[in-house]
Each structure stands twice: as C-alpha cells, then as structure tokens.
Design a protein around this ligand. Structure first.
Ligand SMILES: Cc1ncc(COP(=O)(O)O)c(C=O)c1O
Length: 405
C-alpha cells in the first residue's frame, strides 16, 4: 500500500506511519531535491519564486511594530477575530472600490498568505473527483493546494495573451466548480490576460455556471502601465479574488486577503476558524500601519523600477545567448519569464547539466496539471543582480545549445 509512486521520495520510516492517503500522496518532488543546491552561494539561481529581500521596507516595518506594541500593547498580541483586523479589511475594500469595483469590508477576509486562501477555497469547493479548471501551465502551489482534495483537473489551453476563453465550451466547462486564473503577470509565464478575454471568461463562467478564482499577487508589480481591470470587475457575483502583501511588503508577514460575496466569505470564515482561528494579530496591525502611511507611494514605484530593469537585462541576455528557435515571454510586470525550447529537449535533464555549471532554473513540467510538455522552463530575475543575470544567461545559453544541437 505504501509503495512509493513514481516521482515520490518516501523516507523509509514513512512506511510505518499510519498516514492518510492525502499525506501519502503529497509528493516531495525530484525537482525540489535537485534545487536544494541553489542554497550554495556560488550558484546563480533563476529558480526562486521569492521577492528581492532588498525590496522589503525593513525600517518602516520596525517602526510600525514598535508603534503597535507601544500604543495597542497586549491587545496586539491577543487572539482576534477570524475575519481579520477591521482597519485592514477597510483598507482592502477601499482600494478595490477605488479601482472601480464597489466593495465593503464585510466582503473581505484576511488570510495567512494567499496560499492559505487557496487551501480554504479547495476545502470549500472540491469534493473528490470534482472538475476544476486551471490554466495550462498554472501555479504549482495552487495545484498542490487543490490537489489535497483530489479534484479532476481540466486544463484550459493558453497562448501568448493568456487563457483562451473560447476553449471553454460545454465539454470542458460542464460541471466545473471554478476556474483558477492568474490574469496579471502569471506565475509561471509572466503573461497577462487581455481585457477582451476577461470579459469573455466572465461570460463563459455565467453561461456554464462556474465560479472564478482570481489569484493576483503580482498585479501591483507592473512596469510601465497598470494591467486591465480585475476579473472580479466583470463578474463580482461569482468571483473570489485573492490578493497578497507578500510581493509588495514582505512574504514573512504572511498576510493576504480574499474578496468575495458575503455569503461566500461566511463559508470561508467557518473553514478558516477550524484551520488557524485567525491570521497573526500583530502582523495585520503592523502591515496596516505601513500601508496606511506614505511609504507605499515611494516604495511601490521603486520595486516596479527594480524588477523592470532586471527583466530588461534578462530579455537582452536571452536575445544574445539563446538559440534563435527558442521562444520566451516578454512580461509587462511581475517576476517571471517563460522559455520554450525547440526540439525534443527535456528541461529536467537540462537542469542537471545547468547545475554542473552552477546555474539553476525551474523546469516547466510541474506547472502543468495534465499532459506536461518537456521543453519549457521558468526563469526568475528578481533576486539576481544584473551582472549575474548576464553571466548566468550566457552560461545557460551554452548549456542549452550544447543540449539542443
Ligand atoms: C500565483 C501565486 N499565488 C499565491 C502565492 C502565495 O503567496 P502568499 O501565500 O505569500 O500570499 C504565490 C507565491 O509565490 C503565487 O505565485
């Protein structure tokens, strides 16, 4: 019964533990094992999904925690409500409203990172084998979170402008509980869904009666212009919109939010109560202090500028060093570039060779729920300084050429 499945690295003692099927199936991926070497300082890693630590507003957060402890005192260290800190919920609602979708604070649930939001949504929607629509490729962490509840993933085809709403015909969409979509600077591809497709997707959701789970941790990280209106703007009655402070403040705070119709928020509150009672009181209060001050007006443009510059450096280096028949995305924001190599190359095997040259990336395969192609890879440029981006892409280009020719 406990025989390791293909790709599973079970520790020998696990065989003796009375694990639930869900825990036995939670795989420690072979790729994660390979990527452990990225902790070595000599490795140039384009594999990370982490924001640049230089972008964390450390001093502002220190002052905010100080102020909260001084002024609120023990109350900032006490248990608090499951819904979240009222002022932070108001802040989120006001920002959604300012962006054109009237929202009240009771349509906002604060969660412990949007990753918890994905878990709660999985708990709320997914019975075993229930159909769930995901982009192809999609965010690995969402496939893992939903995967715990054993859905049947149905892949929505995509092109350079994101998912193809016209593909959501009856056979694909029938019976689907929800579609999980990252409309802005998608992880892993960096693609952005056009306004027209957002409208068509909302229409398809109404026609086939499924909900939209809009995951938008990168929307504020645009380079030249803000992305189109949120998916929620086009179908507020059937959208759960997930936001995060991980990429604009700091991921270690573990604060994100879900905006959804109040009856859906009520369901999620009950599930969250059973999961962790509430998100850390002091983190929420300190984050609110920073967000409601003047810092964001300077901080966000600086982060955007930093990421835009690093993205350009990587795009130039790819032009210079990658084979002509490779294609890659040109993101308008966010943290990732997606590369498709020509021919029969397997990027998991390529990773082993790149690691020998002290370069790391993430192979594309785990980002696909079904039918994964082998020739794709994800590159992150945000934690690597420009000189190392140039040097690393030059070396990776050599490895790619040596493998594909
Ligand atoms: C698309 C997407 N959703 C959700 C998350 C989780 O973010 P957090 O839990 O830090 O808010 C990430 C993290 O990288 C992400 O890329």
């Amino acid at each position: 019964v406990n025989a390791p499945q293909k790709g599973t690295l079970l520790r020998s003692t696990e065989g003796a533990m009375p694990l639930a099927g869900r825990a036995r199936d939670a795989r420690s991926s072979a790729i994660r094992e390979i990527l452990k070497v990225t902790l070595r300082p000599e490795v140039i890693s384009f594999a990370g999904g982490l924001p640049a630590p230089e972008s964390f507003p450390v001093e502002a957060l220190r002052q905010a925690f100080d102020k909260v402890l001084r002024e609120v005192g023990p109350g900032s260290l006490q248990y608090s409500t499951t819904e979240g800190h009222p002022a932070l919920r108001e802040w989120v609602a006001a920002r959604e409203t300012a962006r054109g979708v009237p929202t009240s604070a009771d349509e906002v649930l604060i969660v412990s990172g949007s990753q918890q939001g994905l878990d709660l949504i999985g708990k709320a929607f997914i019975d075993e084998a229930a159909p769930v629509l995901v982009e192809s490729p999609s965010y690995l962490g969402a496939l893992q979170a939903f995967g715990q509840f054993a859905p049947t993933f149905r892949a929505i085809p995509t092109d350079a402008d994101g998912l193809l709403p016209q593909a959501l015909d009856a056979p694909l969409a029938r019976g689907a509980r929800f579609a999980y979509v990252m409309p802005n600077f998608q992880n892993p591809t960096g693609r952005t869904l056009t306004s027209e497709r957002r409208i068509e997707l909302a229409a398809a959701a109404r026609e086939h009666d499924f909900w939209l789970v809009e995951d938008d941790p990168y929307g504020d990280l645009w380079y030249r212009a803000a992305p189109p209106p949120s998916l929620r703007a086009f179908a507020p009655e059937r959208t759960l919109r997930l936001g995060s402070f991980s990429k604009i403040l700091a991921p270690g705070l573990r604060i994100g939010f879900i905006v959804a119709p109040r009856p859906m928020i009520d369901v999620l509150i009950r599930l969250k109560q059973a999961t962790d009672l509430h998100t850390a009181t002091i983190s929420q209060r300190a984050a609110f202090e920073v967000l409601s001050g003047n810092l964001m007006a300077d901080h966000l443009p600086a982060v955007r500028q930093r990421y835009a510059a690093q993205c350009s450096v990587m795009l130039e280096a790819l032009e210079q060093h990658f084979p002509r028949d490779a294609v890659w995305t040109r993101p308008l924001g966010g943290m990732f570039i997606w590369v498709e190599l020509a021919g029969k190359v397997d990027t998991t095997a390529l990773l082993a060779r790149a690691i020998e040259r002290q370069i790391a990336f993430v192979p594309g395969e785990p980002f696909f729920a079904n039918d994964a192609p082998r020739n794709c890879l994800r590159l992150s440029f945000v934690t690597v300084p420009p000189e190392s981006i140039r040097a690393g892409i030059a070396t990776l280009g050599e490895v790619v050429r040596a493998t594909t020719t």
